[in-house]
Ligand binder design. Structure first.
Ligand SMILES: [Zn+2]
Length: 139
């Protein structure tokens, strides 16, 4: 397997290996140029400072949405709760598009971020569809 850039996932024979230092420890990355290095470093820093928000969002939003869905079961079949769950989790993922290291390694960080944003968008749409269905198509 020929080495690929950790950010853009382009194959290159002359990748630079860089040692980056973060709060959580050192990380060795391979990048194809200064452009990718800057973007990768920026994203790592962003992820490091927001991973708590990301996790809180993914835990709290479904809990709140679930409670509202149960509470409003007789009003709108839980539609508002589903909207909060879908849209809230979707927005959290779009804003904090953090994937597993395995995913990032498989497709490059840049593409992993794009994939996360697509999943986030689908979640928002799912929430809107469920909300609509619960309010207008379920008697
Ligand atoms: Zn690159």
């Amino acid at each position: 397997m020929s080495p690929k850039c950790d950010w853009c996932h382009r194959k290159s024979q002359d990748l630079e290996t860089k040692q980056l230092t973060f709060k959580s420890g050192d990380e060795e990355v391979r990048v194809c140029g200064p452009d990718c290095e800057t973007q990768l470093v920026d994203f790592y820093a962003y992820a490091e400072s927001h991973v708590v928000h990301f996790l809180a969002g993914l835990l709290l939003v479904p809990a709140i949405g679930g409670a509202i869905a149960v509470w409003r079961e007789s009003v709108d079949n839980g539609g508002l709760g589903y909207l909060i769950m879908g849209a809230g989790m979707g927005i959290a993922i779009i804003k904090y598009p953090f994937t597993t290291p395995q995913t990032a390694q498989l497709m490059g960080m840049k593409n992993a971020i794009r994939l996360a944003r697509i999943i986030g968008t689908l979640l928002v749409l799912t929430g809107i569809v469920l909300f609509t269905v619960c309010n207008w198509f379920v008697a």
